[in-house]
Design a protein around this ligand. Structure first.
Ligand SMILES: [Zn+2]
Ligand SMILES: [Zn+2]
Ligand SMILES: [Zn+2]
Length: 167
């Protein structure tokens, strides 16, 4: 079954595009190689690959939420269509500034604002989720800066240098 899926070059789990020699799907973290072990437990078979840090983890060290595999450390991220939140503020100038800094570093940031989805106002937007838990109040009005999974760690390094991250 797995061989068949690889030939089609689509992930068997999320139908995302994969390359012929990919060991895992970069979109959902599904592992195609049975031999891979958890990076924390060298004798335990890995369950998936965290889409943020690209490390394999077992079912104790990571979790599938909304079809995407995240390690315990990275399950705090808010996820939206292949992207994760790297920064949030109610100040749109600040967000635009952070976005332009990421773009200068050849990243692909995306601004997620609830104001664009007025239909969902007052309700829970299920397209945006956080693996580790429920939404809290401030999440609703926040403008979020998202980047593709593979750019999250780099984006945070850049934002860290800018000193605009709160707390
Ligand atoms: Zn996939
Ligand atoms: Zn991770
Ligand atoms: Zn483990």
């Amino acid at each position: 079954m797995e061989d068949n899926e690889v030939e089609k070059l689509a992930c068997s789990h999320c139908s995302g595009r994969i390359k012929e020699d990919d060991d895992f799907c970069p979109d959902c973290g599904t592992l195609f190689n049975d031999e891979v072990k958890c990076s924390e437990h060298i004798s335990t078979e890995a369950e998936g690959v965290c889409v943020i840090c690209c490390e394999p983890f077992c079912s104790e060290c990571g979790i599938y939420v909304n079809e995407i595999f995240l390690c315990n450390e990275h399950s705090e991220y808010e996820i939206y269509e292949g992207m994760a939140r790297v920064y949030g503020s109610s100040d749109s100038t600040q967000i635009e500034y952070a976005k332009s800094c990421l773009e200068q570093n050849n990243l692909h940031p995306f601004i997620y604002s609830r104001k664009r989805t007025t239909l969902h106002l007052g309700g829970t937007d299920y397209s945006l989720f956080r693996a580790s838990g429920e939404f809290d109040g401030h999440l609703i009005n926040e403008i979020k800066l998202m980047t593709p999974f593979q750019e999250v760690i780099r984006a945070e390094e850049i934002l860290d240098e800018l000193n605009i991250l709160e707390e």
